[in-house]
Design a protein around this ligand. Structure first.
Ligand SMILES: [Zn+2]
Length: 86
């Protein structure tokens, strides 16, 4: 029987947003991290949430592609940055 664990998970998941926003008390942070280490379920939730947040954040700003990658990409789309000789 491990009903206490369940309560812990709910607390953890409720605190995850604050944790990822860096708004959690250091003491709570430590508790949460310790729980994530030992609880696969919460760890999965944490990873999913983190990825989602990162996706949202990177949506706002352009991801800089290295020049050669960009050229290859454009070339493969038929939009190569070659001199327009047509
Ligand atoms: Zn948990």
């Amino acid at each position: 029987m491990n009903h206490q664990h369940h309560t812990n998970c709910q607390d953890t998941i409720q605190q995850l947003n604050a944790y990822l926003d860096d708004e959690l008390d250091p003491q709570l942070c430590a508790q949460l991290e310790a729980h994530l280490e030992s609880c696969t379920d919460c760890h999965i939730v944490y990873n999913t949430l983190k990825k989602t947040i990162q996706l949202c954040q990177s949506d706002g700003e352009e991801v800089a592609l290295p020049a050669d990658v960009r050229q290859r990409l454009l070339a493969s789309l038929g939009l190569g940055e070659v001199d327009d000789t047509e």
